[in-house]
Design a protein around this ligand. Structure first.
Ligand code: 4AD
Length: 568
């Protein structure tokens, strides 16, 4: 007994996980005590031949608790428990061996496959194969071409690989690899998002089959240009329908390769092009105002301030004031420029940086401004509906889109207040709206959704608007201002006539508590040949969200910036 270790077990106070078998820290079970010695796996050996186990007896009367040897039943229980453990260990060992064997066999098979594949050499056939982009394929039917792109989807069958290639030119391209082309090392290594180069002949797909543009390329040669990882790091596993929103935002650079994001970005490009064309047709000139400024346009609360060589400067909220300064030289002007708002709201229509399309028109009246806005929006919609790529994207992402017709509903601010009250649309605090209230985002959207069409909400109270807005002649508490509201999104445009009179402008600065000195360059416009003029700013991402029925403006720009996010 003396050459065997003695271990203590207390079923009530001991612990198999923290105990070590001493009197002070006993185990809870005899099996754990025995296994703690890491006994050899001799299956027929009596556990008590290698260890003395003392168990605690409950106190009787005045006698203290005492340690005693295992009872007969305790010994049997120990033997049984140890037996179960021995069997488990034996099975684990056998499973491990089997798995290890399978792994080695697989490794050998893979090695052999790779060795065989390495023997298969495919040479690029001689002859002309011009480099084309997928969108050009319809002109290349029957010809041999060369394509380069990313593997968007991959379907491997015994005799064919179907590769859907994406080259960024618009449509995808179906490539068929067969014969030796699917026996090379590259074929073994091919993964989704790898870049490849392929040559082959363009043909129409057979009756009843479908492929992008109804075409496929029967490859005669191909190779991998850049292999994307497979396995745990494979592209398909990084973004799935279940991926958490914040991880999705971190992986925006990968999300942009997806079909929906690509369609939105392509449509965005078409929309900006359509606006530029529409401006160009109206002889309105594009300018590029600065983003780093030292004046505010829409009030100080949403300014991003930064240190500019020791002086205070801001990221621009709006290029409006700069546009106004070039009316005397370039005439009517516009810009498509980033604006920045330090919005503390995480709503689905607010960004910290957004693309702001702004225009300024000289020698006009308020009615002209409204007509121009209506005209621009309908003509851009018209261009996009006629554009084969853009209209296809609208059909896919927003099949219920109905092009707005002129004239848009014009709703006076005071009538809107009436509408809200008559339709039970309350303020955030539950009370009725009164004239002078800023109509909150939720109420505005409710009203717009109920009315269900594009609305030009006009004539806002002066107190709600910026220093530069012109008052309605004869109705001085209200301004010649307009917000364009669309169902589902709300406000997409804010515009107004501007103050043309020098004294009225000075009064505007004063009313808003703005020191006029930094605005000397803006004030000079009223000094050197003033004119009636007006303009507007349109939120590009908001307009896109409406066109394409996107839930949030965050989906409508490349890399959205909003409170708490400025990466990637
Ligand atoms: O109504 P806003 O603030 O008007 C101006 O900045 C004028 N100075 C523009 C002008 O007259 N030249 O902004 C104009 C539009 C809004 O209607 C909205 O569509 C968009 O800009 N916008 C935003 N879009 C995304 N995120 C934000 N935080 C936005 N703030 C305004």
């Amino acid at each position: 007994m003396s050459d065997k270790p003695t271990l203590y077990v207390d079923e009530k106070k001991g612990s198999d996980s923290t105990g070590n078998g001493t009197e002070a820290a006993p185990f809870a079970t005899p099996v754990a005590a025995y296994l703690s010695l890491n006994p050899s796996t001799e299956s027929d050996k009596d556990p008590l031949s290698v260890v003395n186990i003392l168990v605690r007896k409950p106190a009787e009367g005045d006698a203290p608790e005492s340690w005693s040897e295992l009872s007969g039943a305790g010994k049997k229980k120990l033997a049984k428990g140890v037996d179960v453990q021995r069997k488990k260990a034996a099975k684990l060992a056998a499973d491990g061996e089997r798995l290890e064997k399978e792994r080695k066999e697989q490794e050998a098979r893979d090695k052999k496959r790779r060795e065989e594949a390495a023997q298969v050499k495919i040479a690029e056939p001689e002859g002309k194969a011009d480099f084309v982009k997928a969108y050009q394929l319809p002109q290349e039917i029957g010809k041999r071409v060369r394509l380069r792109g990313w593997v968007h989807r991959l379907r491997t069958q015994k005799t064919n690989f179907f590769v859907i290639l994406r080259d960024g030119s618009g449509p995808l391209a179906q490539v068929i690899l067969t014969g030796d082309l699917i026996k090379t090392l590259d074929a073994l290594d091919l993964t989704v998002e790898s870049t490849i180069e392929v040559t082959g002949t363009v043909q129409k797909v057979k009756e009843g089959q479908t492929a992008p543009q109804g075409l496929e390329i029967i490859a005669d040669w191909w190779k991998i240009l850049g292999r994307a990882p497979g396995g745990d790091d494979a592209f398909e596993g990084r973004l799935t329908a279940e991926t958490d929103a914040s991880i999705r935002a971190d992986l925006r650079h990968l999300e942009l390769r997806g079909e929906t994001a690509t369609a939105v970005m392509r449509f965005r490009a078409a929309m900006l092009r359509a606006f530029r064309e529409a401006f160009n047709q109206r002889r309105i000139t594009e300018v590029t105002p600065p983003c780093m400024v030292q004046t505010s346009v829409e009030g100080g609360s949403t300014l991003f301030e930064f240190n500019y060589y020791g002086a205070s400067a801001y990221l621009t909220q709006s290029s409006q004031l700069y546009l106004e300064t070039v009316l005397p030289s370039l005439g009517d002007v516009y810009c498509i420029q980033e604006s920045f708002r330090a919005e503390k709201s995480l709503t689905r229509r607010h960004l910290s940086e957004y693309t702001h399309l702004e225009a300024e028109l000289a020698f006009i009246e308020f009615k002209d401004l409204l007509d121009h806005l209506e005209d621009m929006i309908t003509s851009v919609v018209d261009t996009l509906m006629k554009d084969p790529v853009a209209s296809e994207i609208i059909k896919t992402l927003n099949p219920n889109f109905v092009a707005p017709k002129k004239p848009f509903m014009r709703l006076d601010y005071r009538d809107a207040i009436k509408y809200l009250n008559e339709h039970g649309i309350k303020k955030e605090d539950g009370s009725d709206h009164v004239v002078g209230d800023d109509i909150a985002e939720a109420a505005e959207r409710k009203m717009t959704d109920q009315i269900g069409q594009v609305i030009m909400l006009i004539n806002f109270p002066k107190t709600l608007k910026s220093f530069y807005m012109k008052a309605i002649p004869g109705d001085g508490d209200f301004t010649e201002s307009v917000d364009v509201l669309v169902p589902g999104v709300g406000e997409i445009v804010g515009g107004s006539m501007r103050i043309a009179d020098y004294d009225e402008l000075m009064a505007g600065y004063k009313r808003e508590g703005i020191p006029p000195e930094p605005y000397y360059w803006f004030t000079d416009q009223r000094k050197y040949g003033t004119t009636e003029h007006g303009g507007y700013g349109l939120g590009v991402e908001r307009l896109l969200a409406w066109f394409l029925n996107r839930f949030t403006v965050r989906e409508c720009c490349l890399y959205p910036r909003y409170m708490g996010r400025a990466r990637p």
